[in-house]
Design a protein around this ligand. Structure first.
Ligand code: ATP
Ligand code: MG
Length: 574
C-alpha cells in the first residue's frame, strides 16, 4: 500500500477523550475514529489489524473442530423470554420494536439464537457433538464505555457454543476450547494468564477468563508465585486462616475519634495498623440492612457477600439508609451492639484487641473481642483475595497481584439453556435428554487494544508481527531523488511479489515526519532508503523495537527481509 494513496489520517495531538495508551495511539495512528460513545469506525489500518486477529481465531477454531456460522444481530424477544433472560438482563440489553410492534433485542451474546438453531435440526445423538462459532458485532449498552476498543458498546466478538450428549463430552469440548484459546493468544503475541473466574450473568459451573496482563486492566487477578494457579480476586479461594487475623489485648473501651471516619484516618489517629481495625460496611439486601465486617486492610468481595447473605439484590447502603438502620453515620458503625445481621469474614473468627466503630458519633471502640462483645450472624469468606495470601493449591506458594484485560472467556454451561429451551436429543438408549453445552467468547476488537497496552513505547505502537497492519514499512527519504525513488519502488515491488505486506511511505514529506508516523503506526520492520547510504549500496534497516537502524546491503535486501518475515511467521502456527 502506498502511503500517498492510503487513508491513514495520523494526528500529532492526543485526542482529549483518550486516557489509555491504546486508545490514544489507535486514534493518533489513524486506525480508529469515534462515531458515538463506545461506537467506532475502523479505518483501513484498524480493519487490517482486526482481520489479522480474526484469521488467527478462525484458524484455531477450525483446527479445534468448530464450524463457522453467522447469526443475525437482531434477535426476537421470544427467544430471550424462553430462556428467562429477557426479564433479568439489565439496561445493557438494547431492546427495540419493529413497525408491527414485535419486540427484539440487538444481541449482546447469542446463546438463545444458537440453541434455537440447533434444536430445530438436531434430534439424535448421532448429530452430536457440535461446536459452532461466529465472528460478529455485539451490542451492549455499557454504562461506561471507555478506552476506545477496550470497552465499546458495539464491538466484535467471536462466540462459540458446544453441544454434547453428556457432561464428559462437554468437558472435553471445554478443554479443547481452553487449549485453542491458549494458542490463539500466544499467536497474537500476548502475555496472558488463564484464570479461574466467576460465572456471572451467563451462569454455569466451570469458567476461565483469559487475561492479558497490563496495568491499565480493569480486572484484579492473583496468580501463585509457585504453581500455575491464577484467579480473579473475586473468585480466588482463600485459605481458612490457622489463627485469628486480629490479635491483641485490652478491655472494650470507647475512645473519641471526633472526625476520623476512614480506616486510614482512624489508624493514624490512634496509632494502630489498619490490620488491627475491623471495617464495617452496611448494605441493603433485598430491602433490609445487613452489615459486612472485614479486616481494615481488606476489601469486601461483594459476590461472595451476596452469596453468604443469600440475597438477590444487594447494594451499598446510602448514608441515610445507614443512619436509619444503625442510628449513626457511616464511619462510626461497628459490630458491637449492632441491631442488624452481621456477616463476618472468616479471618475475624476469634478476633481480639480490635478497633471498630462504636455506633456513636465521633467514637470508636478499642479492645474489641468479637466473640465476647458482638453477635455475629454468620462467618464466611467474604473478602477479596490479595497479594501475599497463601495459595490454596500448593504448599509454599503465595499470591501475587496483577491487573488484567479480559480478552476471552470459556464457560461450561451444562443444561442452563437446553432445559428451559428444550434443546433435546434422542440418546442411544431411546431416552430424550437435554444437550450439555459450553460457550466460549473472545473480544476480537479488545485484543487489538490489549496488544497495544502490552506493546508500545513513548512514540507509538510496537505491533507483534502476527497482528500488525503491515509487516514491513519501506520509507523513501527523498522521493524527489530519481535513484532513491527507483530503489524504493523496486524494493516495494519485490517485497510485495514475495508475499510480504508492505506499507510504502512514498509521500512528499520530510524524513522526520515519516519516521514519526512510522513509530506511531508501529509496523514491526522498517527499511529506509536515503540518497547517501544508497550511494554506498546500503539501506537502513530497523525493527520497531530496536533503538538504532543498521545498514544492510541494498542488493538482496528484499530477499533478506522477506526471509526474516517468513521465519517469524513460521513460528506462529506450531
Ligand atoms: P467484561 O467483564 O469485560 O464486561 P464480560 O464478562 O461481560 O466482559 P463476556 O460476556 O464473557 O464478557 O464476553 C466475551 C468477551 O467479549 C470478553 O472476554 C471480552 O473480551 C469481550 N467483551 C465483552 N464486553 C466487551 C465490550 N464492552 N467491549 C469490547 N469487548 C468486550
Ligand atoms: Mg466475562
Amino acid at each position: 500500500m502506498r502511503f500517498s494513496r492510503a487513508f491513514i489520517p495520523t494526528l500529532k495531538e492526543t485526542p482529549a477523550d483518550a486516557q489509555v495508551v491504546s486508545h490514544v495511539y489507535l486514534v493518533r495512528g489513524g486506525y480508529l475514529r469515534q462515531l458515538a460513545a463506545g461506537i467506532y469506525n475502523l479505518l483501513p489500518l484498524g480493519w487490517r489489524v482486526i482481520k489479522k486477529i480474526e484469521d488467527i481465531v478462525r484458524d484455531e477454531m477450525n483446527r479445534a473442530g468448530a464450524e463457522e456460522v453467522l447469526m443475525p444481530a437482531s434477535v426476537p424477544a421470544e427467544l430471550w423470554q424462553e430462556s428467562g433472560r429477557w426479564q433479568v438482563y439489565g439496561p445493557e440489553l438494547l431492546r427495540w420494536k419493529d413497525r408491527k410492534g414485535a419486540e427484539f433485542c440487538t444481541g449482546p451474546t447469542h446463546e438463545e439464537v444458537i440453541v434455537d438453531m440447533v434444536r430445530r435440526d438436531t434430534s439424535s445423538y448421532r448429530d452430536l457433538p457440535l461446536n459452532l462459532y461466529q465472528i460478529q458485532s455485539k451490542f451492549r449498552d455499557e454504562k461506561r464505555p471507555r478506552a476506545g476498543l477496550m470497552r465499546g458498546r458495539e464491538f466484535i466478538m467471536k462466540d462459540a457454543y458446544s453441544f454434547d450428549r453428556d457432561e464428559a463430552g462437554a468437558l472435553k469440548a471445554y478443554d479443547a476450547m481452553y487449549a485453542a484459546y491458549g494458542r490463539i493468544f500466544k499467536r497474537c503475541g500476548l502475555d496472558f494468564r488463564a484464570v479461574e473466574a466467576d460465572t456471572g450473568a451467563i451462569g454455569g459451573s466451570r469458567s476461565h477468563e483469559f487475561q492479558v496482563l497490563a496495568e491499565s486492566g480493569e480486572d484484579a487477578i492473583v496468580s501463585c508465585d509457585t504453581c500455575d494457579y491464577a484467579a480473579n480476586v473475586e473468585q480466588a479461594e482463600i485459605m481458612k486462616p490457622a489463627e485469628p487475623g486480629i490479635q491483641g489485648a485490652g478491655e472494650l473501651t470507647a475512645v473519641a475519634t471526633p472526625t476520623q471516619k476512614t480506616i486510614d484516618d482512624v489508624s493514624k489517629f490512634l496509632g494502630v495498623a489498619p490490620s488491627q481495625l475491623i471495617k464495617t460496611l452496611v448494605y441493603m439486601a433485598d430491602g433490609s440492612a445487613v452489615a459486612a465486617i472485614i479486616r481494615g486492610d481488606r476489601e469486601l468481595n461483594e459476590i461472595a457477600f451476596k452469596k453468604a447473605v443469600g440475597a438477590t439484590q444487594l447494594y451499598l447502603a446510602r448514608d441515610e439508609e445507614v443512619v436509619a438502620a444503625t442510628g449513626v453515620a457511616p464511619g462510626f458503625v461497628g459490630p458491637v451492639g449492632l441491631n442488624i445481621p452481621v456477616y463476618a469474614d472468616l479471618e475475624l473468627e476469634g478476633a481480639t484487641g480490635a478497633v471498630t466503630g462504636a455506633n456513636r458519633a465521633g467514637h470508636h471502640n478499642t479492645g474489641v473481642d468479637l466473640a465476647r462483645d458482638a453477635k455475629v450472624t454468620k462467618f464466611a469468606s467474604i473478602r477479596l483475595a490479595g497479594g501475599g495470601d497463601k495459595c490454596p493449591r500448593c504448599p509454599g506458594g503465595h499470591f501475587r497481584p496483577f491487573k488484567g484485560i479480559e480478552v476471552g472467556h470459556v464457560f461450561f454451561l451444562g443444561t442452563k439453556y437446553s432445559v428451559p429451551m428444550k434443546c433435546n436429543f434422542l440418546d442411544e438408549d431411546r431416552q430424550t435428554k437435554p444437550m450439555v453445552m459450553g460457550c466460549y467468547g473472545i473480544g476480537i476488537t479488545r485484543i487489538a487494544a490489549a496488544a497495544i497496552e502490552q506493546n508500545h513505547d513513548a512514540n507509538g505502537i510496537c505491533w507483534p508481527l502476527a497482528i500488525a497492519p503491515f509487516e514491513v514499512e519501506v520509507i523513501s527519504l527523498q522521493p524527489g531523488d530519481a535513484a532513491v525513488k527507483a530503489a524504493a519502488d523496486a524494493l516495494y515491488a519485490e517485497l510485495t511479489a514475495a508475499g510480504v505486506e508492505v506499507l510504502y511511505d512514498d509521500r512528499d514529506e520530510r524524513p522526520g515526519a515519516k519516521f514519526k508516523d512510522a513509530d506511531l503506526i508501529g509496523v514491526p520492520l522498517r527499511i529506509a532508503i536515503g540518497a547517501r547510504s544508497l550511494k554506498e549500496g546500503k539501506l537502513e534497516f530497523k525493527r520497531r523495537t530496536d533503538k538504532d537502524a543498521t545498514l544492510i546491503a541494498a542488493d538482496g535486501a528484499a530477499a533478506y527481509v522477506a526471509g526474516l518475515v517468513a521465519a517469524e511467521k513460521a513460528t506462529f502456527r506450531s
